[in-house]
Design a protein around this ligand. Structure first.
Ligand SMILES: *Cc1c(COP(=O)(O)O)cnc(C)c1O
Length: 393
């Protein structure tokens, strides 16, 4: 629940851009949130895949507090240790070469868009600038990442949008080939599991075909791992399960364990593109967020192997209970989409009333993205509520 006073303050002073649920949270511990009245809720959302190490993890709190007490920020005009350590760590665990740090998923993808366009400008001249993305994708809310997003609902109100994006249907190789023969494409940007679009995984063969066509045509393959990355699907990055080597991988949500951070990693073709003065951001890779991210990776490393087991446990419990309103389960690891009978929002509201936080995705799905550190006891408690909700509608 949420107090009338808190709701009123929002109404009075905050722009009404979110359709908020009726809950106001005051603190959290592990995968459990507490509202202002002290009532507990199991967290199957992690923000939106952000609190990958749960709430108030002691190791994360310690790292952030110590870094805050030492040095929170200096500008990117100087050197600092945590950002360098994090960059090395991310390159090693992804197999990519270099990183650029930003503050959010949209900002990371903005950098990706600039990088691929400059790659093509440097090599092929001005006219080869088009970026292909997929229908049902989501790449962010800035004016250019909205253009990149392949959903018509996002292409209203804010004209003119950034030009140079075309959208193609997922799973259709000939549609991709038809776009490539036009000769103006510099990059393809994909999510391997479309998160906001409804937790829609791309097929492995399709992804391999995209990678092969990109390599043949000197087109950069960009994988948006803002939601799938940092352990969410059971490997550090989802692309590592597809046997491809993307040229650029963006990440954000889960990396900071709750602090705002994002960025993108580059492989051999893209690492030399951005040179001094061509891209920058004030807060990117600041010591405080980098320390949070390093702690997040430390905490996740030993539980990474457990992510798929937990995902399978959720699937098995749902299979066994076969609740009335559940039509199917998709996704990997701890990024699961449950297609349900009727609009998903109603189920999410009911779950909240019963003490479980879940997300929705696309038109038909409930989305489960619990902290990767969730305990088996919390998982079980959450599943009981979820099954009850899916049975009572
Ligand atoms: C959430 C999301 C974004 C946007 O991230 P913000 O941090 O909200 O800007 C971009 N791409 C994908 C795949 C996302 O899930």
């Amino acid at each position: 629940m949420v107090t009338a006073e808190l709701k009123q303050r929002y109404e009075d002073y905050i722009l009404p851009t979110y359709a908020r649920f009726d809950a106001g949270f005051a603190r959290g511990e592990g995968a459990t949130l507490y509202d202002e009245a002290g009532r507990a809720y199991i967290d199957f959302a992690s923000g939106i895949g952000v609190n990958s190490v749960g709430h108030a993890h002691p190791q994360w709190v310690k790292a952030v507090s110590e870094q805050a007490a030492a040095l929170a920020h200096v500008s990117n005009l100087y050197y600092t240790g945590p950002g360098a350590a994090l960059a090395e760590r991310l390159c090693k665990l992804s197999g990519l070469e270099k990183v650029f740090f930003a503050n959010s998923g949209a900002e990371a993808n903005e950098g990706v868009i600039k990088c691929v366009r400059k790659y093509s400008w440097d090599k092929f001249g001005k006219e080869r600038y088009t970026i292909l993305t997929l229908y049902d994708s989501f790449h962010g809310r800035t004016i250019s990442t909205l253009s990149a997003t392949g959903q018509d609902v996002f292409h209203r109100h804010f004209h003119p949008f950034t030009e140079g994006f075309r959208h193609i249907p997922a799973g259709n190789v000939s549609a991709l080939e038809r776009e490539l023969v036009k000769g103006d494409v510099c990059a393809v940007m994909i999510e391997l599991i479309q998160g906001e679009g409804g937790v829609l995984p791309l097929g492995a063969n399709y992804v391999e075909e995209i990678a092969a066509l990109c390599a043949e045509n000197d087109i950069l393959l960009c994988v948006d791992e803002v939601q799938t990355g940092i352990g969410r699907t059971g490997t550090w990055f989802a692309f590592q399960q597809y046997g491809i080597c993307p040229d650029i991988v963006s990440f954000a949500k889960g990396i900071g364990g709750g602090l705002p951070m994002g960025g993108f990693l580059t492989g051999p073709r893209a690492s030399g593109v951005l040179t001094p003065g061509t891209h920058a951001t004030t807060f990117g890779g600041t010591p405080l967020c980098a320390a949070a991210a390093l702690a997040t990776l430390d905490i996740l490393e030993p539980v990474l192997g457990d992510v798929n087991r937990k995902g399978r446990r959720i699937r098995a419990a749902l299979d066994k209970a076969a609740p009335k309103a559940l039509k199917g389960v998709r996704g990997t690891g701890l990024m699961l989409g449950l297609s349900v009978e009727g609009p998903p929002r109603g189920y999410a509201e009911q779950a909240l009333e019963k003490g479980l936080v879940v997300l929705t995705a696309g038109k038909d799905a409930l989305r489960l993205m619990p902290p990767l550190t969730i305990s088996d006891a919390e998982l079980k408690q959450g599943l009981n509520i979820l099954i009850e909700v899916l049975n009572t509608q």
